[in-house]
Design a protein around this ligand. Structure first.
Ligand code: AMP
Ligand code: ZN
Length: 433
């Protein structure tokens, strides 16, 4: 089922012609902004000449720091008069000034169209009751998805984040069939169901859209089993609107990224050189339809790979692999590079381990130490210390196999690690201070 079959299945040569035309338009538009006028024009204020899509590689990158520098924040990227702007959103970053994106009416309309395409991929239609359990406000997961859900005609409940009992009452009272939820919350909410004497599998919820934070495929399967539903991975970032950038089709082998709206590159984050197809690196995106604030070669810091081979669903837009983390999530411990998702992948192989974990970094006598704290599955520990110790050392061993160092492993009671209302916090760095 397609929302916009013509565009979603456009043959690659046509798709690339469309991209080239839109890339040129984007550059013409971009140089109207103070930032890109400085960055992209030489003498004469003309935009850079682009003969083919590959020429994009000759343009400079745009970074998060460009967006939030004193020189450019808040209006330095604008290509339109302020009267043409109708909405502001910003990233949910916890360090420094968040990046802020301003949208025209046309931008909101294009964004809504992309979200509608994604939801249709997950089988969401006008007959669904769609409960959006993401934060409404500056965060894009709320309003961004909301308008897409309304556009496909679903009865859309703007439930917002948190307030678990209320969420459950809404689901029960209105027979919610589809939800949009952060994976770590989807893992936690079933225990509130249990406290209220219900089982989420008894509700009619059959589809979950999981987005906003990295999660392994095992976590997805756990969520599916707990709720008795099918879950789809949804990727986006506020600098590229928010949700609606890339989404899984029913084949679930990668996320189709809407190439009529974004030009995709994968680069080596250290050398900044383009990587061959299929290799994992940093995703770089150029907006192709953005009016108010076009972004050229934006470094997302997200790590993935891209493939352009045929997908049985019929969509021709390339697929990116599940995001495994961000370049700035990388931990360097004892000289080894480690991503939190590697720890998650190992932990989730153990059925005795629940779904919440925390990596704690400390410095002891000038040596970095990594401690992995993992919650036990409810009901696992029945006072048998020997089996607990056995489990602990098996986990430590498998972690060494994956991340090459042996961290300390602490097994803690279910529900004892901190939880965040928004995106899960997986690393606590206590090394400075
Ligand atoms: P924000 O701009 O605050 O919405 O955050 C966007 C960031 O969230 C992205 O750059 C990713 O790092 C992360 N993110 C969003 N969706 C996913 C997803 N499905 N899988 C992994 N990471 C995600
Ligand atoms: Zn597909």
């Amino acid at each position: 089922m397609f929302w916009n079959e013509e565009i979603e299945t456009l043959a690659r040569p046509e798709l690339e012609r469309l991209q080239l035309r839109r890339l040129r338009q984007t550059l013409e538009r971009a140089v109207r902004s103070p930032f890109y006028r400085r960055r992209l024009t030489g003498r004469g204020e003309d935009p850079p000449r682009i003969e083919s899509l590959e020429d994009v590689a000759s343009l400079p990158f745009t970074t998060k720091d460009d967006l939030r520098s004193d020189e450019n924040y808040p209006y330095g990227f604008l290509t339109v008069d302020r009267e043409q702007l109708v909405r502001l959103h910003s990233s949910s970053g916890t360090t420094g000034r968040p990046t802020t994106i301003l949208h025209t009416r046309g931008d909101l309309d294009s964004w809504t169209e992309l979200v509608a395409r994604c939801l249709t991929m997950a089988g969401v239609t006008a007959s669904d009751v769609f409960q959006n359990m993401m934060g409404y406000g500056l965060f894009t997961g709320g309003l961004g998805l909301h308008y897409g859900a309304e556009r496909v005609g679903a009865l859309t409940i703007p439930a917002g984040a948190g307030n678990s009992r209320k969420q459950i009452s809404l689901m029960r009272d209105f027979s919610t069939t589809a939800i949009h939820i952060i994976p770590s919350y989807a893992l936690r909410l079933p225990s509130t169901f249990e406290n209220m004497g219900y089982d989420p599998r008894d509700l009619p919820v059959r589809t979950a859209i999981l987005g906003a934070e990295p999660h392994s495929d095992t976590i997805r399967r756990r969520i599916e089993a707990l709720w008795g539903l099918k879950a789809f991975n949804s990727y986006g970032l506020s600098e590229m609107n928010g949700p609606g950038v890339a989404f899984e089709c029913e084949c679930q082998e990668g996320l189709h990224l809407w190439e009529d709206s974004y030009l995709v590159e994968i680069i080596d984050p250290d050398t900044l050189a383009p990587l061959p197809e299929g290799e994992r690196g940093e995703l770089v995106l150029t907006t192709l339809t953005r009016e108010g604030m076009p972004l050229v070669r934006y470094r997302t810091q997200d790590l993935t790979s891209a493939r352009r081979d045929h997908c049985p669903c019929g969509r021709t837009h390339l697929r990116i692999d599940r995001i495994t983390g961000r370049t700035d999530d990388m931990l360097i411990i004892k000289g080894v590079n480690i991503y939190p998702i590697q720890v998650e992948r190992v932990l989730m192989r153990f059925s005795e381990i629940g779904s919440n974990y925390l990596i704690v970094l400390t410095r002891e006598e000038r040596v970095d130490q990594m401690t992995v704290m993992a919650e036990l599955e409810k009901g696992f520990f029945r006072g048998d210390l020997a089996s607990l110790e056995g489990l602990r050392s098996r986990i430590a061993n498998e972690l060494r196999g994956e991340i090459l160092i042996t961290p300390r492993v602490e097994l803690v009671e279910a529900g004892s690690l901190p939880v965040a209302e928004g995106k899960a916090i997986r690393v606590e760095d206590r090394r400075n201070g």
